[in-house]
Design a protein around this ligand. Structure first.
Ligand code: NAD
Length: 475
């Protein structure tokens, strides 16, 4: 194996492995250094997303949703199932199998594209050298013309609730419970808190979410967030807003949590506590001082709009750098950087990155929220359409939610699209494409949408911007 490459990528998650494959497709010699090992101690590519994040959580969201619907909703369709039993071991086995299939799939893609994988910790030294330290072996040096740092992020740990791996766990631990905790506490009502809270709620846990902010899902459009909050409350998710957690302490086989909110001091006892208060860039031990890389005050690797760092020939992408911590944002940056190294022009449109929360109903958006438009003083016109009037959503018995359009009153440009409803994560892609192609609201209004489909709700929301919705009263 040579130790000289055109490109070395440090990190094999969705940012790094995608960048590595694209660079190889463009004719470069590429190495990818990654130190993840699976539960059996075997090297596993794919990073947090495939091994312990997006994929396993979506598998459990799907399984738990089916379990919940079978128990609670099938009778409404006239399907009578006398006894529905949960086999959590089988559910977890299925999850692990899917993760294994996808992570080994990356190995196959690397082989097919000629990317060399190194299992070990990578550290950037001066002069675009990368020191690779395998778990059981001596460090060795690799050299490259270009290095792409893509080491991802780690869960933020709260000093008042340190992880113990058994009772107080991070998002990864919360995917591995061998039985539904009777009482589950979650600190942080963000994306992970809501997704994992939903999984265990559906499987029978009593879930309490403690969220520091006064507003539910403060990053989402508030109309959409309010509707989502209403639905989650109906499902039994107990979310306490404005909660200041003072302490979390394991006592025997449970955890005592003390917190205060506007109503005073509270104390709850839970069997497991998940801490999901955000993630931080994984820069520790990644960069030698001599490499000349500058970090921002928030701990990100400082980069320009094309992901160039302060060191010549060194790039950084994904969760290590500014912007939302989303797998698809990292993947696009990986492709952009590979193209730029190959001398092509490339860019990421940061204004059209979709966000999706895979709860039920799903929540998805692209562009600006109504509050952001108000704060920036940007004029806007707004249209919304309730899923309750969408035939397909009714047929699916999932007619909760709405689609909302925000448009520029002068240019008719689409400024933001927000959806809470069934398959919102799929529906939003129409809006992303429209924004990417700079379609006007009228373009969407004039686009034929199949009937009966969920995306008709988006069509009607676009029509409603100009008070033209057909299946709603325009106000
Ligand atoms: P998040 O930023 O989505 O939410 C963290 C929440 O914790 C916020 O609402 C915040 O107000 C709250 N919080 C912070 N400190 C707190 C405290 N001391 N007490 C109570 N609440 C507190 O972060 P996350 O849910 O941990 O997710 C981490 C990252 O992973 C995010 O960037 C997220 O976008 C990403 N992620 C994305 C998906 C997806 O795309 N579906 C899924 C999982 C994770």
């Amino acid at each position: 194996m040579s130790d000289k490459y055109d490109v070395i990528v440090v990190g094999g998650g969705p940012a790094g492995y995608v960048g590595a494959i694209r660079a190889a497709q463009l004719g470069m010699s590429v190495a990818c250094v990654d130190d993840w090992r699976d539960g059996k101690g075997k090297p596993a590519l794919g990073g947090t997303c495939l091994n312990a994040g997006c994929i396993p959580s979506k598998v459990l969201l799907e399984s738990s949703e089916l379990y919940h619907r079978t128990r609670e909703e099938f009778a409404g369709h006239g399907i009578m199932i006398p006894e529905v039993k949960l086999d959590l071991d089988a559910m977890q086995d299925r999850k692990n199998r899917i993760v294994r299939q996808l992570t080994t799939g990356i190995n196959a893609l690397f082989r097919a594209n000629g990317v060399t994988a190194y299992n070990g910790r990578g550290k950037l030294l001066a002069g675009r050298q990368v020191e690779v330290t395998p778990q059981d072996g001596d460090p060795h040096l690799l050299h490259a013309e270009h290095v792409i740092l893509a080491a991802g992020s780690l869960p933020v740990e709260l000093p008042i609730a340190p992880f113990d791996g058994e009772y107080i766990v991070d998002s990864e631990g919360a995917l591995e419970f061998d039985r539904p905790p009777q009482r589950l506490g979650v600190i942080g009502g963000g994306v992970i808190g809501l997704e994992l809270g939903s999984v265990w709620n559906r499987l029978g846990s009593e879930v309490t979410i403690l969220e520091a902010m006064d507003r539910f899902l403060f990053m989402a459009d508030s109309q959409v967030a309010r509707e989502a909050q209403r639905q989650f409350k109906r499902q039994g998710l107990d979310t306490r807003l404005g909660a200041k957690v003072e302490s979390a302490r394991r006592v025997d086989d449970h955890v005592e949590v003390r917190f205060s909110d506007r109503e005073g001091d509270h104390h709850i006892t839970v069997d497991k506590l998940v801490v999901a208060v955000g993630r931080r860039p994984a820069t520790e031990g990644l960069i030698d001082e001599s490499a000349g890389i500058v970090l921002t005050g928030r701990g990100h690797v400082q980069v320009d709009e094309n992901c160039r760092t302060s060191a010549d020939g060194v790039w950084a992408i994904g969760d290590l750098v500014r912007g939302p911590m989303l797998a698809h944002k990292g993947s696009e940056e990986g492709m952009m950087v590979a193209e730029m190294i190959a001398g092509r022009s490339a860019e990421v449109n940061y204004g059209a990155i979709p966000s999706v929360i895979y709860t039920s109903p799903e929540i998805a958006w692209v562009g600006q929220t109504e509050e952001e438009l108000q704060q920036s003083g940007q004029a806007y016109k707004v249209g919304a359409f309730n899923m309750a009037a969408n035939g397909r959503a009714k047929a699916m018995a999932q007619a909760a939610g709405l689609a909302k359009f925000l448009s520029d009153p002068d240019t008719d440009a689409i400024l933001g699209v927000h959806i809470v409803g069934p398959m919102a994560g799929e529906l939003i892609q129409e809006a992303v494409l429209a924004m990417e192609f700079e379609a006007s609201t009228e373009d969407l209004q004039r686009t034929v949408h199949g009937h009966p489909t969920l995306c008709e709700a988006l069509h009607e929301a676009a029509l409603s911007v100009d008070k033209r919705a057909i299946h709603a009263i325009n106000r």
